[in-house]
Design a protein around this ligand. Structure first.
Ligand SMILES: Cc1cc2nc3c(=O)[nH]c(=O)nc-3n(C[C@H](O)[C@H](O)[C@H](O)COP(=O)(O)OP(=O)(O)OC[C@H]3O[C@@H](n4cnc5c(N)ncnc54)[C@H](O)[C@@H]3O)c2cc1C
Length: 399
């Protein structure tokens, strides 16, 4: 038996022995474990599963053991994820620290920053939020104005960020600030890490289309941050910011896996609402649409797998993640439109009687799917970048 076959068997055995049955079901938004100083668990099983994974470094299986990970290679990490998916195990922790700022700290951080932040993320002690967008800087992110002025060993930060997901529940923020207002716009930005409990930080929730208050506008009024909290070099934060966007787009390219929603698929909805005749969906038109979605989903999964393999071999190309983010989030929107058509009026419940919990969740999932092609860079912007950077096409001005 090859080492990897033995490894797969060991992971499979461990998951079978340690993942409680109730943690092998789709997870609702409320049940997700985001980590943080105020960490709470919806059930004892959720705590048990989280504690067991933290002990093994399984919240961040590919991070080095010295920073709280399991030290798995890329191939081992893929096997670990496959075995988790095979048993439908819930992610033990979801956190922007795991997906975005942690990998950036591993790549750009000083040894002191790695030791300070990474083990806390791995153990779910600190929840992170992302301070990129501003009221006048979304797609044109490099136009950001939130300023950090030098004051001895500190920066003093003034300005605001918008659409900061879960800022009001987060402990730390990674934030883009302008440290040189006279430099060309991409060159005067610094990537700063700071505590949301710092004096002068105020996060005000904004209501989302799904009814949740997922977003905040986050205000900074003379917030004092030590200069040593800069990740990477002063005024060179755009390099770190772009890398984090790549991590974000990579994560979002598999929205079905990361969104953790009601678990309804076009197939399950069709079986429930249309029914089968001779083992086939009774309606040929919907049958075709369901199959089209499944083929597209399979192609996406396979491309993602290929991308992971290429990264494992050191020949990966991040532009594939950008293409997958565009294709994956657009397909998620089509998937929910299809489920809605199949479920008919049962998919339009918002509250009250006549709808199951799963149906009420479905309406919210459908609305949430519309946000995924905006977050992390809109589809239009992805297409612009793919056209220019991947395909090498000239832009409208012929450049
Ligand atoms: C669910 C969700 C979570 C988010 N979480 C965060 C977060 O945690 N932290 C954070 O900082 N931000 C977050 N965002 C913000 C997100 O990054 C921005 O919404 C996004 O980058 C778009 O910026 P904007 O909203 O300012 O839209 P705009 O940039 O104003 O764009 C408006 C429209 O114009 C189009 N457009 C703009 N420029 C061009 C162009 N050059 N060519 C073609 N079309 C163009 C866009 O595609 C879009 O349709 C989140 C957004 C969502 C939806």
């Amino acid at each position: 038996m090859s080492d990897l076959t033995t490894f797969r068997q060991e992971i499979r055995d461990w998951l079978n022995d340690n993942c409680p049955e109730s943690m092998r079901t789709p997870v609702t938004q409320e049940e997700q474990i985001w980590g943080g100083r105020n960490l709470r668990f919806p059930t004892e099983d959720a705590k048990l599963w989280f504690d067991r994974c933290v002990e093994k470094g399984y919240c961040v299986p590919d991070w080095p053991e010295e920073y709280g990970g399991a030290g798995f290679s890329a191939k081992e990490t893929r096997i670990f994820k496959e075995e988790m998916a095979r048993l439908n195990c819930r992610a033990p922790q979801v956190n922007l620290g795991i997906w975005m700022v942690g990998p950036a700290i591993l790549e750009f951080g000083t040894e002191e920053q790695k030791r300070e932040h990474l083990p806390k993320i791995a153990r779910g002690e600190i929840r992170w939020c992302q301070g990129y967008s501003e009221p006048g800087a979304g797609s044109d992110l490099a136009g950001l104005q939130c300023k950090a002025e030098s004051d001895g060993d500190d920066y003093i930060i003034n300005g605001s960020k918008i659409w900061t997901s879960y800022a009001d529940h987060s402990d730390w923020i990674y934030c883009l600030v302008r440290t040189d207002p006279d430099a060309p716009k991409h060159e005067g930005i610094t990537f700063l890490l700071f505590d949301m409990a710092s004096e002068g930080v105020d996060a005000k929730p904004i209501e989302l289309i799904t009814g949740e208050t997922h977003f905040c506008q986050t205000f900074f009024d003379n917030v004092r941050v030590p200069k040593k909290n800069a990740l990477g070099v002063e005024n060179k934060g755009w390099t770190v910011a772009k890398r984090v966007l790549q991590f974000e787009r990579n994560m979002m390219s598999d929205m079905e896996a990361s969104a953790n929603t009601s678990g309804t698929t076009p197939r399950s909805a069709a079986i429930e609402h249309i029914g089968l005749v001779d083992g086939k969906l009774a309606d040929p038109v919907f049958r075709q649409s369901v199959v089209r979605h499944e083929i597209q989903k399979r192609a996406l999964d396979k491309t993602q797998q290929r991308m992971a393999d290429e990264f494992a071999q050191g020949v990966g190309d991040m532009s594939v993640a950008m293409i997958l983010k565009y294709v994956g989030t657009e397909e998620e929107k089509r998937k929910y439109e299809l489920i809605l058509k199949i479920a008919g009026e049962q998919a339009l419940g918002w509250s009250g009687e006549g709808f199951s919990d799963a149906e009420l969740q479905l309406t919210r999932d459908w609305l949430a799917s519309k946000t995924h092609s905006i977050a992390g860079g809109t589809s239009e912007i992805q297409l612009n970048i793919i056209a220019k950077r991947v395909l090498g096409l000239p832009d409208a001005a012929g450049k």
